[in-house]
Structures are given as structure tokens and as C-alpha cells.
Design a protein around this ligand. Structure first.
Ligand code: BEZ
Length: 579
């Protein structure tokens, strides 16, 4: 009703629109598949003055001509770029000015869809709202903007300059954890109404890593806001994963033959590429053919768990390490890095990791070794953002030798409880604001009719695909056969964190989700391709040279596995998803 009375004014660019009905803030019940209907942008530049929403300031609106942005060698069509801020404020704790910065890109030729692009890392940057990187997978060939989707992207409430010390401000923590998504989503939906004259037919959220965490948290906390959720490499247990990763550093450091490089502990020398390649070959020798084809990809992760034995299958050095063996200490450290972790009194910290030949990729070392030490990731996240109280040693934020020292001496027993603690102005614990609340069974989201598509690389070194598989098993135990009607989980063998690795890492998760939400077609398989030289999305240097060009494989809904059933070994068509 409000929309109808407002529409003439909207067309003239004069309607101050604040959402009054649920239609502007929530999508309608998603239970019956219904395709989104296209529309046309009605106003762009006038939005700066015509659009009003609580605590929102639009800074600029610009018409972006076709071809200004490109993706995978193809131009992005003309669209309207809106930049702005929400909830600008001065922190009573650190005196800094904070705001939730955002940009929204509104295609002139609109598909009728809205996408919340949830960004990665510790946020702090408004990544281009094109729905590319958020979709996960390597080298997305068609980003959301190219499909005519209206996309919002944000810094989640702090700037790059405030990263990671924004964690000292309790509200900035909460915005990063979940409140930025909750504040931006109704505003973005209202902006869509102002720009197109009607609400989006379908709303999606997609993200990878921390963005996958945002997506799963949104499915739990805002069960009616989105019809489809695409969570990739989801860090839904991010505080636990960061703590567990950092707790392994001291074991690597102890056995590292080179102690310091560029002023940093050279923990990678504990297990350099050649030694990881040896382990990868041993895993392949035991597991590669379990899916019916020895092709450098281990699809049957669970059978591999039983078949591969690190102690037995990798030779133990009797003398110096020479690339043909691992020392007993290396084996112990590697086994520990793959095992479930606990505090010394037996409190579970994080799940174990699957042994996968993808551990050979450089990205594996990046996360296991450098992110565990660096002043951008695990140490500062734990110290400043997720622990209560935050660490008082502010030098860690600027001095990499301090963050490395914190990591090497990290004491899980004393630090882990701080993730569950509240103290003074820190009234929500890190675990509470970072992870989906409740039991992760997503009942209200399921009742809304939402669809949850989760994708995870088996060789992800920071967020474990085993953790995601365990969650999915628990979901299935609870919802029984109804589970796959609303939630499906796809593992990507060999893929590292979000993309890369010796893997078929290029796939279209968003298209699969849209088909599910709007066409009622639950994904039975998702075809994924290896990115060799010449791939329009960019080559993946981790793809082995001997793989056939354009190798494709099906990603299968867990727990089914892609099994070779005969035919061209390069083609996904020769594989069937089977138990
Ligand atoms: C971390 O803070 O440790 C982290 C953040 C995003 C992704 C992975 C790890």
C-alpha cells in the first residue's frame, strides 16, 4: 500500500522512503519456487536526495557506464553506484569515529534479485559490489552484477586503518560479528524499492571464508531475510579455528631447521614444499583410485581417512631429511595439525582436518604457517577482536615480531576461555558474536523456505571441511530426509581455502542456488572445472601440468562421492554421484 502511494513520487525522484511494511525489509515466504521478474532502474542520481532511511547517509550516486568494470574478459553493463554509511558514531571506548561503510551497485537492467555480498578476512574494506569474489570458487566467469543482480558490499563497520584495533570497541566487534548484516539488509532492500519502484523478488547472501561465516550467521539470525544462502569455506567456527591453528605454531617452530627469516620464525622450513609433496604422493598412492580413477583427485575423503596412515605410508628418515622421508618429529607435528584439538583438560577446541593431496599447494603453507604468525590474521583476531578482555599489547597490531612472539608462545589453556568470556563493556563473547547462535539446525530458515548451499575445499588449511561435514551430519540426524530439501553440502577435493590447489575449483554456486530457490531444482551435482592457462577467469598455478585441459568433475551433495563410471576421463559426464 505504502509502495503504491509512493510510486508516482518515486518516479519523479521525490519520495522519502522509509520501509513501513515487511515487504520492504523481508522477502515473502520462499516456499513455492518462483522466478524473479526483471525490472528497470527508475532513478539513480536523485537517490542521494530522495532516499531516506534511519541512520543512513548516502554519500554519492554515480551512473557507471558499461565496460567500466570487467570480469573474465566481459564487460559489466551500465549500473548505478551508490556509496554511503550507516550508524556513524564516535566510540566512547577508543574515541575513534566508526561507521558501516557500503556500496551498492544497481544494474539498469535488473533481474529482480538482491545479493548481499559478504566479504572475507577481518572485513574493513568495501570490496567492489559485483558479487564476484563473494561467490567463492576460482575465477567466477559471470559475476552477480553481470547477471543483473543488485549487490551490496560493506566494510562491516570499520575501516582498513582501524583493522584490527577496532576490536577494542565493543560495538565495532558486534557489527563485524553480525550486526552490520542486520542493519544493512533492510536498508538495501528499501534502496531497491526506491531505485526500481518495487521490492526484490528474491534475496540472496553469499560469501567465502569470513564471508561464508557471515552468510551462515545470517541464515541463523535473520531467517526470513534471505531466500538463498551460499556459504563457501565457511568460517562458522572462526574463533575456534584461529585458536587451533595458532596452537600448532609452537610445534612447527620447535622442529624448524631455519629459525628466522626476515625477522620472522621460519616455521615453513618445518615442512617445506618438497616434504609436503612427498606426503601428497603417499596419500594419492593409498586413496586416489578409491573413487574408481587414479587422476590426482581424492573424491572419497572418508574412505581415504581409513586407507591412509601417515606413520605407515610415509617413510621415516633414519638420517638427514632428503625429500624421500619425514623425520619422526615432522610426522608428529603433521599428525597433530590434522587431529582434532583440545585444551589440556580435554575441552574440544576444533575438529581435525582431512588428509588430502592439496596440502602441497602454497596456500596451505600460507595459512598453516604465515597466517598463524602474522599481524593480519590469527594472532590479532584472537588478541584484539574475539577475546574478552582484548589484549593490552597494542604493538602486536603494527609489529610482526610481536604477533609472531604471541603465536609461538600461545597458551591455549589460558587464551581459549577468553573467547567465551564477557567483561566490562564487552558484553558478548567472541564465540557469541562470531558464530551462528543456537544449535545450527536452521529450523526457522527451513520453515521460511530458504535454501542453504555450502561448499568447502577438502584441503582448506584454516577452516576444516571435516568440521562442515560434522555439522551437516548433525543437521541430517535432526531433519532426517527433509535436510536435503533445504540444505546441501558440496566438498571440493584438493581445493584449498576458498579456491586454488590441485583441484577443479571453478564452478557456479550462485547459478545452482538460483535454480534451487526459483526453479525448485535442488542441485544433484555442480560441475566444476580446472583452470589451466587461458581460462578467462585466470589460471590456477596449482593445477598439475599433466591434467587434461578443461578437466571437469562433478561436485556431489555430501555424503555422496563422485565415482568414475566410465568414459572420457577429462569429463564430469563420466562420473556419477554415488554413496
Ligand atoms: C582470522 O582472523 O584468523 C581469520 C579471519 C578470516 C579468515 C580466516 C581466519
Amino acid at each position: 500500500m505504502r509502495l503504491l502511494t509512493c510510486l508516482p513520487a518515486l518516479l519523479l525522484g521525490g519520495c522519502a522512503f522509509a520501509p513501513a511494511s515487511p515487504s520492504a525489509t523481508q522477502s515473502s515466504t520462499a516456499s513455492a519456487p518462483r522466478p524473479a521478474q526483471p525490472g528497470l532502474l527508475q532513478q539513480c542520481q536523485a537517490l542521494t536526495s530522495s532516499f531516506q532511511h534511519p541512520a543512513t547517509e548516502l554519500r554519492a550516486t554515480t551512473v557507471v557506464p558499461a565496460g567500466t568494470l570487467n570480469n573474465a574478459g566481459r564487460p559489466v553493463a551500465e549500473h548505478c553506484l551508490v556509496t554511503g554509511q550507516m550508524h556513524r558514531r564516535v566510540s566512547p571506548v577508543d574515541g575513534q569515529t566508526y561507521a558501516i561503510g557500503f556500496e551498492m551497485r544497481l544494474p539498469r537492467d535488473w533481474s529482480g534479485r538482491f545479493l548481499y555480498q559478504a566479504n572475507g578476512g577481518t572485513d574493513g574494506m568495501v570490496a567492489t559490489a559485483d558479487g564476484g569474489s563473494a561467490l567463492g570458487s576460482g575465477g567466477v566467469l559471470t559475476n552477480a552484477l553481470q547477471r543483473g543482480v543488485a549487490v551490496i558490499s560493506s566494510d562491516a563497520g570499520h575501516s582498513a586503518a582501524q583493522n584490527p584495533l577496532f576490536g577494542l570497541d565493543p560495538q565495532a566487534r558486534l557489527d563485524y560479528g553480525y550486526q552490520a548484516v542486520a542493519k544493512l539488509t533492510p536498508m538495501a532492500k528499501a534502496l531497491i524499492v526506491a531505485a526500481y519502484g518495487r521490492p526484490a523478488d528474491r534475496s540472496y547472501i553469499a560469501g567465502t571464508s569470513n564471508g561464508g561465516r557471515h552468510a551462515m550467521v545470517a541464515a541463523a539470525r535473520l531467517p526470513e531475510a534471505f531466500d538463498g544462502v551460499l556459504a563457501q569455506a565457511p568460517g562458522f567456527n572462526l574463533p575456534r579455528a584461529a585458536a587451533a591453528n595458532m596452537a600448532t605454531v609452537k610445534h612447527w617452530e620447535r622442529i624448524a631447521p631455519t629459525k628466522v627469516v626476515n625477522g620472522q620464525p621460519d616455521v615453513e622450513s618445518a615442512l617445506p614444499t618438497a616434504d609436503r609433496a612427498l606426503v601428497a604422493r603417499a596419500i594419492l598412492a593409498r586413496c586416489d583410485a578409491l573413487d574408481g580413477l587414479a587422476d590426482g583427485l581424492v573424491h572419497d575423503t572418508e574412505a581415504c581417512h581409513a586407507a591412509f596412515n601417515l606413520q605407515r605410508d610415509v617413510p621415516t628418515c633414519s638420517g638427514a631429511r632428503d625429500g624421500s622421508c619425514l623425520s619422526a618429529e615432522q610426522k608428529q607435528a603433521l599428525a597433530r595439525a590434522h587431529a582434532p584439538s583440545f585444551t589440556s583438560n580435554g575441552t574440544p577446541v576444533y575438529s581435525g582436518f582431512a588428509f588430502d593431496p592439496g596440502l602441497v599447494q602454497p596456500g596451505w603453507a600460507e595459512w598453516k604457517f604465515r597466517s598463524a604468525l602474522g599481524r593480519q590474521r590469527n594472532p590479532v583476531s584472537i588478541a584484539f577482536i574475539m577475546s574478552s578482555p582484548p589484549s593490552g599489547d597494542l604493538s602486536m597490531a603494527t609489529d610482526a615480531s610481536r604477533s609472531a612472539a604471541f603465536a609461538v608462545s600461545f597458551d591455549l589453556d589460558s587464551e581459549f576461555p577468553k573467547l567465551f568470556a564477557t567483561q566490562g563493556p564487552y558484553t558478548e563473547s567472541g564465540i557469541s558474536f562470531m558464530t551462528p547462535p543456537g544449535d545450527m539446525l536452521f529450523e526457522p530458515f527451513m520453515r521460511h523456505g530458504g535454501k542453504l548451499l555450502v561448499v568447502h575445499g577438502v584441503a582448506d588449511p584454516i577452516f576444516s571441511s571435516e568440521d562442515t561435514a560434522a555439522w551437516y551430519r548433525r543437521l541430517s540426524q535432526h531433519h532426517k530426509s527433509a535436510t536435503s530439501n533445504f540444505a546441501r553440502y558440496f566438498q571440493v577435493p584438493g581445493m584449498g581455502h576458498s579456491r586454488g590447489g590441485p583441484a577443479t575449483d571453478q564452478y557456479d554456486g550462485l547459478a545452482a542456488l538460483i535454480d534451487w530457490v526459483e526453479g525448485g531444482q535442488a542441485p544433484q551435482r555442480i560441475v566444476a572445472t580446472a583452470r589451466q592457462a587461458g581460462n578467462p577467469g585466470g589460471a590456477n598455478p596449482d593445477v598439475p601440468a599433466q591434467w587434461q585441459p578443461q578437466r571437469s568433475r562433478p561436485l556431489c551433495p555430501y555424503p555422496s562421492v563422485a565415482r568414475y563410471t566410465g568414459g572420457d576421463t577429462a569429463s564430469a559426464a563420466s562420473f556419477t554421484c554415488l554413496p
